[in-house]
Design a protein around this ligand. Sequence first.
Ligand code: ADP
Ligand code: MG
Length: 350
Amino acid sequence: MIEDKNKPKTSLADLGEFGLIEHLTKNFKIKQESTLKGIGDDAAVLDFKDKKAIISTDLLIEGIHFDLSYMPLKHLGYKAVMVNLSDIYAMNATATQVTISIAVSNRFPLEAIEELYEGIYAAAKTYNVDVIGGDTTSSTKGLLISVTAIGQANEEDIVYRNGAKANDLLVVTGDIGAAYLGFQVLEREKQVFQADPNNQPDLDMYTYLIERQLKPEARRDVSGLLKELEVKPTSMIDISDGLSSEIIHLCKQSEVGCNLYEDKIPLDQQVISTCEEFNMDSTTIALSGGEDYELLFTVSQEDFPKIKANPNFTVIGHMTDASEGMNLITRSNEKIALKAQGWNSLESEE
Ligand code: ADP
Ligand code: MG
């Protein structure tokens, strides 16, 4: 945490729980028609009329999911919301509300929590979701933040993980692997800084990677893009773990196999150059890295003409009969079984 040592800090104990809640939440405005009651009562009240409600929740713990030595609190607040909205978008739904629960130790002054809430506020504003409640409590050590995201969708538009069929195309949005490399770059800089605090890092070469790690954006646009193209995915998931483990989820739940083509995986130029620098294999990073918050989905072959020219989408493989297994087809045309935790390039089927 980079702190301005000259600025006086306000102790959370001085405000008390209710003072803190009031202070943090006073700027939130209700924009969604479906929010009948937001913050301020025992519970929020929502009305989705003829739509279905979609709910997802995540818990982030300091030292496990984030490291405040390089994660600014504002970014953490933003990311905590993104992680959850991504799950709503992965159901092909619209995100409408979030609740925010925090547990804070007395190590954090009010100004730190204000920063966290600046990020939450920015995310809620940009993604047009109402903050409708939460909980505030103390922790003996560190910061915990839990976000619940709520969304809505027409029943017929909802896309589950289990609808993929053999021969469906496997499609990914954006590019993969950058967030994990951003994490690697930040970890390396942290170590360099700890060894010599005067060492000013030059991170110009890694801007995209660091942004993908510290300020990810959820794919709010995809549901609308697909609707415009008149494509309904047969299955969908967001890529919070690596590509490999998400593909395995789709395959297992849909009871199909798949062939993923190594040469089709979309990689940013910074991912390619940084992998070379770090002596890492870009395919391994894409398969096992995670935190990209892109969407992975399957569409029927008939829909290929509708998506093929769209720069948001890359066809990376196709589903097969379950008996064929889940495979990576390498650049040298070798077939390797996909593994949830990375993949062992020595273990070839042939
Ligand atoms: P209760 O005692 O019923 O749990 P609280 O006093 O904790 O109520 O909360 C008062 C209101 O403020 C509720 O609407 C609650 O959802 C909201 N709230 C509490 N903490 C937070 C937070 N960290 N962020 C957003 N809203 C919060
Ligand atoms: Mg409470």
